[in-house]
Design a protein around this ligand. Sequence first.
Ligand SMILES: C[S@@+](CC[C@H](N)C(=O)[O-])C[C@H]1O[C@@H](n2cnc3c(N)ncnc32)[C@H](O)[C@@H]1O
Length: 245
Amino acid sequence: MTGKTKQDRLYAEIQAGIADFVFDERVAMVFPDMIRRSVPGYATIINMIGALAGQRVAPHSRCYDLGCSLAAAALAIRQGVGDLDCRIIAVDNSPAMLWQARHFVERAKSTVPVDLVCADVRHIRILDASMVVLNFTLQFIPVARRRALLQSIYAGLWDGGILVLSEKIRLPNKAGETLFVEMHHAFKKAQGYSELEISQKRTALDKVLIPESLETHRRRLRDVGFQTVEVWFQCFNFVSLLAIK
Ligand SMILES: C[S@@+](CC[C@H](N)C(=O)[O-])C[C@H]1O[C@@H](n2cnc3c(N)ncnc32)[C@H](O)[C@@H]1O
């Protein structure tokens, strides 16, 4: 791979059996196009992560981008902090994603180091952090393991440090869930995805991406200790929360 990415046509042809979604080389090659056309507001969220970094990242601290994919959030943080003395650690357990991420990180000029780490986010130690980002990653962690990950993030944050948690959510009532799922599909159609692509991708993600309700996220963040938990972005069933230690 060369750092060049392509249009997402992974589910454009009919597939006999649809395997569970994995973040492999084929996905890494199309990922920027895939996420931009699948997550309403993705570009805004990335830009605002940069803006939040500019406001909240402290000198001599670390920033973590957990489940970084191609390091879009890490690079937004790096742009947001300017020449601040800090370090960014971008973690993903997909070697294919990190291989592509390396090209994006090398291309962008900055004095702020970005360490690309191939690891399970559940096994890394968060240390001296003023900002942690989980941008559409927690939803891929087994539900029973999510609290422990948030606890370790909380423990590794400095007082006043922030967690940005972006997730696809499920609505607690059927009418809301149906409406938001329909609106999300309408968004994807408007982005050029066919009914076949939408339905095959949905099947592939069904057992892999497990959304929870906004209330569940809020409660768990408070339970692990975050003092302030606010939704700062929502578009249909896509939400980003800001939690402050
Ligand atoms: C939807 S993508 C995240 C998008 C990315 N944060 C962004 O803003 O562009 C989810 C990523 O999480 C990674 N991932 C899933 N489970 C993981 C785990 N247990 N440890 C590390 N990375 C994980 C996947 O490989 C994938 O790259």
